[in-house]
Design a protein around this ligand. Sequence first.
Ligand SMILES: *Cc1c(COP(=O)(O)O)cnc(C)c1O
Length: 356
Amino acid sequence: MSEIIIKTERKESKVELPDNLIFGRTFSSHMFEMDYSSKKNGWYNPTIRNLSKMDFSPAAMVFHYGQAIFEGLKAFKRVDGKIGLFRPDKNIERMNSSASRLCMPELDNNFVLHALDELVKVDREWIPTKAGHALYIRPVMFATDPFLGVRPGEEYKFAILLSPVGPYYPEGFKPVPIMVTDKYVRAAAKGVGACKCAGNYAASLMAQREAKAAGYSQVLWLDAIEQKYIEEVGTMNIFIHFEDEVVTPRLTGSILPGVTRLSVIQILKDWGYNITERDVSIDEVAAAYRNGKLKEIFGTGTAAVISSLSRLKYNDLEMKFSEDEAGELGKKLYSEITGIQYGHIKDRYGWMKILD
Ligand SMILES: *Cc1c(COP(=O)(O)O)cnc(C)c1O
């Protein structure tokens, strides 16, 4: 791969971030992009340039047949003043497995790590320094060749965008009400549920809209075949804290393998919790609730890190947890993970990639 061409038109004025950073609304001044052509032997023209519009044919294959995948990770301004990325290698690995499943070209892991570093360095002033703030990084890849036949694309664009973000819950770590849906499914085994591909999110919108209308912030997804086993909550992985066990659904192919999930499993093991990856039915959770053996439920993901449930509605049963305070284990995990990210806590796993 050739060297990255850096075209920065540096404005001398200092970057001024809005006070109230809404997730995903503000973008930094630069982006990374490169193109792929199966005829030109792969990826070419890696460039960091000013963020601006892109030009595509309305026949670009992504608009018709949906070959689009993405990732989400964060860079942090740490307490020692350095910049750190949280487990970026895991995101690139996952992007490559999404690419492979959707017949899209894979990326060179080290080259993308290098591109991430370079882009974040160019826009380092865009990393918010306030507590709980971070720079959200959004890599995305899609098919661009203008062609209306159904086959894998032959031309692709890969881009990386940067978006400064505030804390996911600005009023503090607030538990959210969730509703179990058996009306819709997110993904089926042997499908693309384990990929971060755009179509999965389009498919989930109707359930989310109906949950909102019913007064819930998200849905809890059950398996596609029996509508019995718990899979995910919204766009997060799920953990259920029973009296003597913490359970997260095992990866069956329809569940997105979250980097936060992986990190939480590791931390819980080291803390001596009985953490298991296994099938867990919604009825088992309801029974534990009725017997007083259900302590808390939380979701995990890059954006919110940990998101506790205040309520879980399942048919006529409304399982109730604290409305104003996150569960104990959720809170502990949140401060551990964010502690490692910002550098308050020693990075004993070597998860942070520190930029020099
Ligand atoms: C991104 C995502 C997650 C969380 O993954 P992280 O790597 O922890 O951010 C979980 N479920 C779905 C459906 C997702 O898209």
